[in-house]
Design a protein around this ligand. Structure first.
Ligand code: SMG
Ligand code: MG
Length: 384
């Protein structure tokens, strides 16, 4: 991370897992399924600052309930946090800093979303202890970030999609991302172009296409004619060679999401010609340290990056917005306003102002759960 001022560690007294069930304002359907509620898993770190005052830090684990986006899922994340990640973090002493999440957990594989939640919670506590905002710590270069919106495959088909997109454009979102899958792709996206003209439009397939199926390739070739900003993750996460095989034929840049787990993956994908844009999600890549490393590697290669989203509450969104405020994150992010997801966010809400979200200015991530939102939450104490 860019910060030149080292952060004192926090003396951890407890790590809690807090589960909160949050209904979405509308179902969110992608090529891998339909979600109507999020079971949000939060990591809460409690500890003492250098001057012995109490500090609390929060991180959001972005796993879906089932292993549909990647191998990770919420119950698995809770188990690995409880039985492996938290014990490893505290094994060599209770004085902990965010950098220890990389070091003390190095021998454990995978579970990046769980790891990221722990890293952000520790960092949030450390930053609150010294009264410093996360965006400052990361070297933010803007105080608001351009917001896009990701639109699921609607129950009502193309008509419903047109209506939803019209609503989001009226609210001021700066670009529209539409979920596609074989059978719901060329026709709805052509209809969007027809209805909304030159609006910034992109599609995300969440790995739903088969790189050897002629009908799938014909649909992707037709999408390429529609002047899209990017085509996100058409093929499987492990299929870099498939992306590299087809991407050169398209004018539309391929953006990789599920395929990129760390900076080395990004370097490989770029070297192979598998992508020309990278979606960075701090959960998918194991935290902010790796997210920034990927950004740096992409910048060296002249590859644009942007900040993705995983239907976060205000806790996860606050960290995303701070990351999206740093150098290089110039494309609109999947960081939409709270009311795009929730009737009532877990935290003070994020609002859309002139197509942007304001970067939090409070200490740490700058957001915390409202006490009444946590009142009925299920809490599992892990230590302390
Ligand atoms: O947070 O607004 C959001 C959702 C953005 O489309 C979005 N995320 O593949 O990029 C993606 C999807 C994964 C969401 S599944 C929880
Ligand atoms: Mg995606």
């Amino acid at each position: 991370m860019r910060s030149t001022r080292p952060l004192p560690p926090v003396a951890v007294t407890a790590v809690d897992l807090v589960r909160v069930v949050m209904p979405l304002v509308r179902p969110f359907t992608t090529s891998f399924g339909r979600q109507t509620v999020r079971t949000v898993l939060l990591v809460r770190i409690r500890g003492g600052a250098a001057d012995d005052t109490e500090v609390v830090g929060w991180g959001e684990c972005v796993t879906p309930a089932a292993p549909v986006y990647s191998e990770e899922f919420t119950d698995g994340a809770a188990l690995v946090l409880r039985d492996h990640l938290v014990p490893a973090l505290l094994r060599d002493g209770r004085e902990v800093g965010a950098e220890h999440v990389g070091g003390r957990l190095r021998h454990l594989h995978g579970h990046r979303m769980a790891r990221a939640a722990l890293e952000v919670a520790v960092l949030d506590a450390q930053l609150r202890a010294v009264d410093r905002p996360l965006a400052d710590h990361l070297g933010a270069v803007r105080d608001r970030v351009p917001a896009g919106v990701s639109v699921g495959i609607p129950d009502g088909g193309t008509d419903a999609l047109l209506e939803q997109v019209a609503g989001y454009l009226a609210e001021g979102y700066l670009r529209i991302k539409v979920k596609v899958e074989p059978g719901f792709d060329v026709a709805p996206v052509t209809a969007l172009r027809g209805a909304f003209g030159a609006v910034a439009l992109q599609v995300d397939a969440n790995a739903a296409y088969d790189a050897d199926a002629p009908d799938h390739l014909a649909a992707l070739d037709a999408l390429d004619e529609l002047g899209l900003e990017m085509l996100e993750q058409p093929f499987g996460p492990a299929r870099l060679r498939d992306h590299a095989r087809h991407a050169p034929r398209w004018r539309t840049p391929v953006c990789l999401d599920e395929s990129i787990h760390d900076a080395a993956d990004a370097a490989d994908a770029i070297a192979m010609g598998a992508c020309r844009i990278v979606n960075i999600k701090l959960g998918r890549v194991g935290g902010l340290v790796e997210a920034v490393a990927i950004r740096d590697r992409c910048q060296e290669a002249g590859v644009p990056v942007w900040c993705g989203g995983m239907l976060e509450t205000g806790i996860g969104r606050a960290a995303n917005v701070a990351l999206a405020a740093t150098e290089g994150f110039d494309l609109p992010a999947d960081t939409s306003a709270s009311d795009r997801y929730w009737a009532e966010d877990l935290t003070e809400p994020f609002h859309l102002l002139d197509g942007h979200l304001a970067v939090p200015t409070g200490p740490g991530i700058g957001r915390e759960p409202r006490p009444e939102a946590l009142r009925d939450a299920e809490v599992e104490r892990l230590s302390g």
